[in-house]
Design a protein. Structure first.
Length: 108
């Protein structure tokens, strides 16, 4: 009986974690997985991590227009359009907002 309880608890935790990851993936703009994730999921070349509101705060203080321009033109090690050559400014804005959201999903 105890073994079944542990198995059931483990399955419940696994489903909760998988469900949360799946929900977050569904909320991501479609272009994130084919462009931004390559640097923003691991901090490559100093990219602020997706979901790290503290790292994004000083960038957001510059204003969304500046951030979109920086992505469009490239900045530092980030290439122009951040590897999303087909993204419109509105799509770039949505990507920035997604990446700047903290782990709970609130905007900084």
């Amino acid at each position: 009986m105890l073994k079944q309880t542990y198995l059931a608890a483990g399955a419940t935790v696994a489903l909760a974690v998988f469900g949360q990851a799946s929900a977050q993936a569904l909320e991501a703009p479609a272009q994130y997985g084919s462009s931004c994730t390559f640097c923003h999921s691991n901090g490559a070349a100093g990219a602020p991590l997706t979901g790290d509101a503290e790292a994004w705060a000083p960038r957001l203080e510059k204003g969304m227009d500046v951030l979109v321009k920086n992505v469009r033109d490239g900045i530092g090690a980030m290439p122009p359009t951040g590897m999303c050559g087909t993204c419109s400014d509105d799509e770039l804005k949505a990507l920035i907002e997604f990446m700047a959201a903290d782990a709970e999903g609130s905007k900084e």
